[in-house]
Design a protein around this ligand. Structure first.
Ligand code: NAD
Length: 261
Protein backbone atom coordinates (compact mmCIF):
# COMPACT_ATOMS: atom_id res chain seq x y z
CA UNK A 1 0.00 0.00 0.00
CA UNK A 2 1.28 3.47 -0.87
CA UNK A 3 2.22 5.43 2.24
CA UNK A 4 2.34 9.22 2.28
CA UNK A 5 5.21 10.48 4.42
CA UNK A 6 4.09 12.61 7.35
CA UNK A 7 6.46 14.23 9.79
CA UNK A 8 5.44 14.08 13.45
CA UNK A 9 9.02 14.27 14.76
CA UNK A 10 9.07 15.53 18.32
CA UNK A 11 5.26 15.32 18.64
CA UNK A 12 3.42 13.34 21.30
CA UNK A 13 0.30 11.44 20.39
CA UNK A 14 -2.30 9.89 22.71
CA UNK A 15 -4.26 6.99 21.24
CA UNK A 16 -7.22 5.71 23.25
CA UNK A 17 -8.25 2.32 21.90
CA UNK A 18 -4.86 1.58 20.38
CA UNK A 19 -4.23 -2.07 21.19
CA UNK A 20 -5.66 -3.77 18.08
CA UNK A 21 -7.15 -3.03 14.65
CA UNK A 22 -7.33 0.56 13.43
CA UNK A 23 -5.86 1.98 16.63
CA UNK A 24 -2.83 -0.30 16.54
CA UNK A 25 -2.15 0.42 12.85
CA UNK A 26 -2.42 4.15 13.62
CA UNK A 27 0.01 3.92 16.55
CA UNK A 28 2.55 2.25 14.27
CA UNK A 29 2.01 4.80 11.49
CA UNK A 30 2.52 7.70 13.94
CA UNK A 31 5.66 6.00 15.30
CA UNK A 32 7.07 5.58 11.77
CA UNK A 33 6.31 9.27 11.18
CA UNK A 34 8.43 10.21 14.20
CA UNK A 35 5.89 10.61 17.04
CA UNK A 36 6.13 9.36 20.62
CA UNK A 37 3.07 7.44 21.74
CA UNK A 38 0.96 7.15 24.88
CA UNK A 39 -1.53 4.35 24.28
CA UNK A 40 -4.57 3.15 26.22
CA UNK A 41 -6.96 0.32 25.60
CA UNK A 42 -7.86 -3.16 26.71
CA UNK A 43 -5.42 -6.07 26.58
CA UNK A 44 -2.15 -5.71 28.49
CA UNK A 45 -0.50 -8.33 26.26
CA UNK A 46 -1.39 -6.34 23.14
CA UNK A 47 0.00 -3.26 24.87
CA UNK A 48 3.29 -5.01 25.60
CA UNK A 49 3.75 -6.34 22.06
CA UNK A 50 2.83 -2.96 20.55
CA UNK A 51 5.32 -1.27 22.89
CA UNK A 52 8.08 -3.57 21.64
CA UNK A 53 7.23 -2.68 18.02
CA UNK A 54 7.17 1.06 18.71
CA UNK A 55 10.45 0.92 20.62
CA UNK A 56 12.02 -1.01 17.71
CA UNK A 57 11.04 1.93 15.50
CA UNK A 58 12.91 4.10 18.01
CA UNK A 59 10.12 6.07 19.69
CA UNK A 60 9.00 6.55 23.28
CA UNK A 61 6.01 4.47 24.29
CA UNK A 62 3.76 4.17 27.34
CA UNK A 63 0.76 1.92 27.73
CA UNK A 64 -2.06 1.91 30.26
CA UNK A 65 -4.84 -0.64 30.35
CA UNK A 66 -7.83 1.64 30.87
CA UNK A 67 -11.54 1.02 30.49
CA UNK A 68 -13.00 4.13 28.82
CA UNK A 69 -16.26 3.56 30.71
CA UNK A 70 -14.44 4.49 33.93
CA UNK A 71 -14.38 8.29 34.28
CA UNK A 72 -11.84 8.29 37.12
CA UNK A 73 -9.47 6.02 35.19
CA UNK A 74 -9.80 8.28 32.13
CA UNK A 75 -8.90 11.31 34.24
CA UNK A 76 -5.84 9.50 35.62
CA UNK A 77 -4.81 8.35 32.14
CA UNK A 78 -4.78 11.90 30.85
CA UNK A 79 -2.93 13.25 33.90
CA UNK A 80 -0.27 10.59 33.38
CA UNK A 81 0.02 11.24 29.66
CA UNK A 82 0.38 15.02 30.19
CA UNK A 83 2.94 14.43 32.92
CA UNK A 84 4.92 11.91 30.86
CA UNK A 85 5.22 13.97 27.68
CA UNK A 86 4.59 17.51 28.96
CA UNK A 87 2.42 18.17 25.95
CA UNK A 88 -0.01 16.03 23.93
CA UNK A 89 -0.15 17.43 20.40
CA UNK A 90 -2.59 14.90 18.94
CA UNK A 91 -5.32 12.76 20.51
CA UNK A 92 -7.02 9.91 18.68
CA UNK A 93 -10.18 8.77 20.49
CA UNK A 94 -10.81 5.42 18.88
CA UNK A 95 -12.06 2.90 21.47
CA UNK A 96 -15.18 1.12 20.32
CA UNK A 97 -17.16 -2.10 20.48
CA UNK A 98 -19.65 -3.62 18.08
CA UNK A 99 -21.97 -4.75 20.87
CA UNK A 100 -24.78 -7.19 20.24
CA UNK A 101 -25.97 -7.44 16.63
CA UNK A 102 -29.75 -7.84 16.87
CA UNK A 103 -33.00 -5.93 16.25
CA UNK A 104 -33.60 -3.19 18.81
CA UNK A 105 -36.47 -5.05 20.48
CA UNK A 106 -34.09 -7.87 21.37
CA UNK A 107 -31.61 -5.63 23.19
CA UNK A 108 -31.34 -5.25 26.97
CA UNK A 109 -30.39 -2.14 28.93
CA UNK A 110 -26.89 -3.54 29.38
CA UNK A 111 -26.44 -3.85 25.60
CA UNK A 112 -27.42 -0.21 25.17
CA UNK A 113 -25.21 0.96 28.05
CA UNK A 114 -22.12 -0.88 26.77
CA UNK A 115 -22.38 0.69 23.31
CA UNK A 116 -23.14 4.21 24.46
CA UNK A 117 -20.59 4.20 27.29
CA UNK A 118 -17.68 2.84 25.26
CA UNK A 119 -18.37 4.38 21.85
CA UNK A 120 -19.74 7.78 22.90
CA UNK A 121 -19.12 8.53 26.58
CA UNK A 122 -15.53 7.29 26.20
CA UNK A 123 -14.99 10.00 23.60
CA UNK A 124 -16.69 12.57 25.83
CA UNK A 125 -14.22 11.68 28.61
CA UNK A 126 -11.33 12.01 26.17
CA UNK A 127 -12.42 15.44 24.92
CA UNK A 128 -13.17 16.63 28.46
CA UNK A 129 -9.51 16.16 29.43
CA UNK A 130 -7.77 16.79 26.10
CA UNK A 131 -9.37 20.14 25.27
CA UNK A 132 -8.28 22.11 28.40
CA UNK A 133 -4.77 20.70 28.01
CA UNK A 134 -4.57 21.73 24.36
CA UNK A 135 -5.99 25.18 25.14
CA UNK A 136 -3.31 25.62 27.83
CA UNK A 137 -0.58 24.47 25.43
CA UNK A 138 -1.74 26.72 22.60
CA UNK A 139 -3.21 24.15 20.21
CA UNK A 140 -3.58 20.59 19.04
CA UNK A 141 -5.57 18.21 16.90
CA UNK A 142 -8.16 15.64 17.90
CA UNK A 143 -9.55 12.83 15.77
CA UNK A 144 -12.56 10.81 16.95
CA UNK A 145 -13.65 7.50 15.48
CA UNK A 146 -17.20 7.45 14.18
CA UNK A 147 -18.24 5.07 11.41
CA UNK A 148 -20.06 4.80 8.11
CA UNK A 149 -22.79 3.71 10.53
CA UNK A 150 -22.51 7.23 11.99
CA UNK A 151 -23.99 8.70 8.80
CA UNK A 152 -26.50 5.97 7.89
CA UNK A 153 -28.68 3.40 9.57
CA UNK A 154 -28.22 -0.35 9.42
CA UNK A 155 -30.73 -2.96 10.59
CA UNK A 156 -29.51 -4.95 13.64
CA UNK A 157 -26.96 -2.31 14.70
CA UNK A 158 -29.32 0.48 15.80
CA UNK A 159 -27.56 1.43 19.04
CA UNK A 160 -24.10 1.09 17.49
CA UNK A 161 -25.33 3.52 14.80
CA UNK A 162 -26.78 5.87 17.43
CA UNK A 163 -23.47 5.92 19.32
CA UNK A 164 -21.55 6.71 16.13
CA UNK A 165 -24.00 9.44 15.04
CA UNK A 166 -23.41 10.86 18.53
CA UNK A 167 -19.66 10.93 17.95
CA UNK A 168 -20.21 13.21 14.96
CA UNK A 169 -22.45 15.50 17.02
CA UNK A 170 -19.75 15.77 19.68
CA UNK A 171 -17.08 16.35 17.05
CA UNK A 172 -18.97 19.10 15.20
CA UNK A 173 -19.89 20.95 18.39
CA UNK A 174 -16.53 20.75 20.14
CA UNK A 175 -14.82 21.83 16.91
CA UNK A 176 -16.88 25.04 17.08
CA UNK A 177 -16.09 25.54 20.78
CA UNK A 178 -12.34 25.58 20.05
CA UNK A 179 -12.25 26.89 16.47
CA UNK A 180 -10.37 30.05 17.53
CA UNK A 181 -7.99 28.26 19.87
CA UNK A 182 -5.78 26.59 17.27
CA UNK A 183 -7.41 23.21 17.97
CA UNK A 184 -9.00 21.17 15.21
CA UNK A 185 -11.47 18.39 15.99
CA UNK A 186 -12.48 15.95 13.27
CA UNK A 187 -13.93 12.47 12.96
CA UNK A 188 -13.26 9.52 10.72
CA UNK A 189 -16.17 7.47 9.44
CA UNK A 190 -14.75 4.17 8.17
CA UNK A 191 -16.79 1.65 6.24
CA UNK A 192 -15.65 -1.94 6.59
CA UNK A 193 -12.18 -2.57 7.95
CA UNK A 194 -10.88 -6.08 8.65
CA UNK A 195 -10.37 -6.01 12.43
CA UNK A 196 -11.59 -8.02 15.44
CA UNK A 197 -14.57 -5.66 15.72
CA UNK A 198 -16.08 -6.41 12.32
CA UNK A 199 -15.58 -10.14 12.90
CA UNK A 200 -17.50 -9.78 16.20
CA UNK A 201 -20.22 -7.70 14.57
CA UNK A 202 -21.05 -10.23 11.85
CA UNK A 203 -20.02 -13.52 13.51
CA UNK A 204 -16.63 -14.23 11.92
CA UNK A 205 -14.45 -13.13 9.03
CA UNK A 206 -16.30 -14.99 6.28
CA UNK A 207 -19.71 -13.84 7.51
CA UNK A 208 -18.39 -10.26 7.64
CA UNK A 209 -17.17 -10.54 4.04
CA UNK A 210 -20.46 -12.07 2.87
CA UNK A 211 -22.46 -9.26 4.51
CA UNK A 212 -20.44 -6.21 3.60
CA UNK A 213 -18.71 -6.94 0.27
CA UNK A 214 -21.90 -6.48 -1.78
CA UNK A 215 -22.17 -2.96 -0.31
CA UNK A 216 -18.65 -1.83 -1.26
CA UNK A 217 -18.26 -0.52 -4.83
CA UNK A 218 -14.47 -0.95 -4.66
CA UNK A 219 -15.10 -4.64 -4.00
CA UNK A 220 -12.88 -5.12 -0.98
CA UNK A 221 -12.70 -4.57 2.75
CA UNK A 222 -10.10 -2.01 3.79
CA UNK A 223 -6.93 -2.60 5.71
CA UNK A 224 -6.46 -0.80 9.07
CA UNK A 225 -3.30 0.84 7.68
CA UNK A 226 -5.43 2.71 5.11
CA UNK A 227 -7.55 4.19 7.89
CA UNK A 228 -4.40 5.14 9.79
CA UNK A 229 -3.32 7.30 6.84
CA UNK A 230 -6.51 9.35 7.15
CA UNK A 231 -5.94 9.84 10.88
CA UNK A 232 -2.39 11.07 10.23
CA UNK A 233 -3.63 13.42 7.51
CA UNK A 234 -6.31 14.94 9.76
CA UNK A 235 -3.78 15.27 12.60
CA UNK A 236 -1.18 16.93 10.38
CA UNK A 237 -0.63 20.50 9.24
CA UNK A 238 -1.73 19.33 5.76
CA UNK A 239 -5.28 19.49 7.19
CA UNK A 240 -4.77 22.94 8.75
CA UNK A 241 -8.16 24.35 7.59
CA UNK A 242 -10.24 21.22 8.22
CA UNK A 243 -12.27 21.10 11.40
CA UNK A 244 -15.67 19.76 12.47
CA UNK A 245 -15.71 17.23 9.65
CA UNK A 246 -16.50 13.52 9.59
CA UNK A 247 -14.57 12.05 6.69
CA UNK A 248 -16.11 8.92 5.22
CA UNK A 249 -13.52 6.34 4.11
CA UNK A 250 -15.44 3.42 2.71
CA UNK A 251 -14.52 2.40 -0.85
CA UNK A 252 -17.56 4.25 -2.18
CA UNK A 253 -20.30 2.56 -0.13
CA UNK A 254 -21.96 5.70 1.17
CA UNK A 255 -22.34 7.45 -2.15
CA UNK A 256 -23.65 4.24 -3.72
CA UNK A 257 -26.47 4.40 -1.15
CA UNK A 258 -29.30 1.94 -0.80
CA UNK A 259 -28.91 0.67 -4.38
CA UNK A 260 -26.07 -1.48 -3.15
CA UNK A 261 -27.98 -3.05 -0.25
N1 NAD B 1 -13.70 -2.39 11.73
C1 NAD B 1 -14.61 -1.67 11.12
O1 NAD B 1 -15.14 -2.07 10.06
C2 NAD B 1 -15.00 -0.33 11.67
C3 NAD B 1 -15.81 0.48 10.88
C4 NAD B 1 -16.18 1.73 11.35
C5 NAD B 1 -15.75 2.15 12.60
N2 NAD B 1 -14.97 1.33 13.35
C6 NAD B 1 -14.55 1.84 14.66
O2 NAD B 1 -13.14 1.81 14.72
C7 NAD B 1 -12.76 1.79 16.10
C8 NAD B 1 -11.68 0.75 16.27
O3 NAD B 1 -12.25 -0.53 16.03
P1 NAD B 1 -11.50 -1.70 15.25
O4 NAD B 1 -12.36 -2.05 14.10
O5 NAD B 1 -10.10 -1.36 15.05
O6 NAD B 1 -11.70 -2.90 16.29
P2 NAD B 1 -10.81 -3.49 17.46
O7 NAD B 1 -11.71 -4.35 18.24
O8 NAD B 1 -9.57 -4.09 16.88
O9 NAD B 1 -10.34 -2.21 18.30
C9 NAD B 1 -11.10 -1.64 19.33
C10 NAD B 1 -10.17 -0.90 20.24
O10 NAD B 1 -10.97 -0.30 21.27
C11 NAD B 1 -10.50 -0.74 22.52
N3 NAD B 1 -11.61 -0.85 23.46
C12 NAD B 1 -12.78 -1.54 23.32
N4 NAD B 1 -13.51 -1.40 24.45
C13 NAD B 1 -12.80 -0.62 25.29
C14 NAD B 1 -13.01 -0.12 26.60
N5 NAD B 1 -14.13 -0.40 27.28
N6 NAD B 1 -12.05 0.65 27.16
C15 NAD B 1 -10.91 0.93 26.49
N7 NAD B 1 -10.65 0.50 25.25
C16 NAD B 1 -11.59 -0.26 24.66
C17 NAD B 1 -9.84 -2.08 22.28
O11 NAD B 1 -8.93 -2.38 23.33
C18 NAD B 1 -9.17 -1.81 20.94
O12 NAD B 1 -7.95 -1.14 21.17
C19 NAD B 1 -14.02 1.54 16.90
O13 NAD B 1 -14.47 2.75 17.46
C20 NAD B 1 -15.00 1.04 15.84
O14 NAD B 1 -16.33 1.29 16.21
C21 NAD B 1 -14.58 0.10 12.91
Amino acid sequence: MAQVKYDFSGKSVLVVGGTTGIGRATVLAFARAGANLFVAGLGAEHGRSLGAEVKDIGRDFEFREVNVRDGKAMKRLHEEAFERFGRIDVAFNNAGVSGKTAPVHELEDADYDLLMEVNLKGIFYGLKHQIPHMIAKGGGAVVNTSSLFGVMGFATTAVYCASKWGVIGLTNSVALEVARKNIRVNAIAPGSVMTPLIRDMFGGEQAARDTVLPMIPMGRISDPAEIAQLVLFLSSDAASFITGQAIVIDGGGFVAGADQL
